[in-house]
Design a protein around this ligand. Structure first.
Ligand SMILES: NC(=O)c1ccc[n+]([C@@H]2O[C@H](COP(=O)([O-])OP(=O)(O)OC[C@H]3O[C@@H](n4cnc5c(N)ncnc54)[C@H](OP(=O)(O)O)[C@@H]3O)[C@@H](O)[C@H]2O)c1
Length: 268
């Protein structure tokens, strides 16, 4: 396996959905890949497909990113293999819907660890080498949820607001150090994204859903051109501005109405 001199992309949640599509785009553009998800079986199947199709090297790393040691293990494994990460894609995430008082603390905590801690820790581990080498790109997968309060998904929306603000703040901080940080903030995407508590097959209004291919393309092009925030899909691209202009209470009650329609209730 020859890794020296080649660009490497580390992509979390690359076994399916948006992460898988980003992995294909990076491979198409000559990146060797390190791909992460919980299921080794799925990663190995992605490795075979991508290596066959694009002729790059793919390193599968199975692990649950809601545990701190997974990020450390990824860092040690890549450093040991002389793979310097040029592109870090923090994509793995999960959602949970329901009234906060009803949701399970263990699930809440796992979501916070995956959606926020893992993003911060992987950035903390890999950004210093990027700065040292005067080059590096980070793509954090946020969400349109980042721009509004999210009744019935209050915690998920809050985790994405965290990712969004962290990304934009960090982007400014490293602007003169050779690294860039991009937030990809999609509305509903047609993936199997698991939002605990959402009615099966209901993830947002079908008319505003975009394909994972489009979300990935917008994110990949955005990070390659050093943009700070990218929102795929014309229909929802005005939502962040709208959320800023409207009174916060109005936005809250609109989201409450929207999320209420998606919430799964026994017998509903
Ligand atoms: N789909 C949407 O509507 C939408 C909209 C806005 C933002 N987003 C964001 O986009 C990102 C990707 O979503 P997606 O729709 O592509 O989801 P997806 O199709 O469900 O894929 C999620 C990926 O993350 C991995 N993953 C899940 N939990 C993990 C964990 N604890 N540790 C390591 N890997 C884990 C999954 O593999 P394993 O299950 O094998 O671990 C899978 O590869 C998420 O951050 C999500 O919040 C999605």
């Amino acid at each position: 396996m020859e890794n020296k001199g080649k660009k490497t992309a580390l992509i979390t949640g690359a076994s399916r959905g948006i992460g898988y599509e980003i992995a294909k785009l990076a491979a198409q553009n000559g990146y060797n890949l390190a791909i992460v998800s919980r299921s080794l079986e799925n990663l190995v199947s992605v490795k075979k497909k991508i290596e066959r199709e694009y002729g790059v090297n793919v390193e599968p790393i199975a692990g649950d990113l809601s545990y701190t040691e997974t990020a450390e293990r990824i860092f040690d494994r890549l450093s040991g293999a002389d793979m310097w990460v040029d592109l870090l894609v923090n994509n793995a995430g999960r959602g949970q819907m329901g009234e906060f008082i009803e949701t399970d603390w263990e699930v809440d905590r796992e979501m916070m660890r995956l959606n926020m801690d893992a993003v911060v820790y992987l950035t903390d581990l890999f950004l210093p080498q990027m700065i040292e080498r005067g080059q590096g790109k980070i793509l954090n997968v946020s969400s349109l949820a980042a721009f509004a309060p999210g009744p019935l998904m209050a915690l998920y929306y809050a985790t994405k607001a965290f990712v969004q603000n962290f990304s934009e703040g960090l982007a400014e901080e490293v602007a003169d150090k050779g690294a860039t940080v991009t937030a990809l903030s999609p509305g509903p995407v047609d993936t199997g994204f698991e939002i605990k508590g959402v009615k099966p097959s209901e993830n947002g209004n079908k008319s505003v859903r975009v394909s994972p291919e489009l979300a990935a393309k917008v994110g990949y092009n955005g990070v390659m051109s050093g943009k700070r925030v990218v929102v795929p899909g014309g229909a929802v691209s005005v939502a962040p501005q709208l959320a800023r202009l409207l009174p916060r209470r109005t936005v809250s009650s609109f989201i409450s109405w929207l999320n209420n329609r998606l919430l799964y209730r026994d017998g509903a």
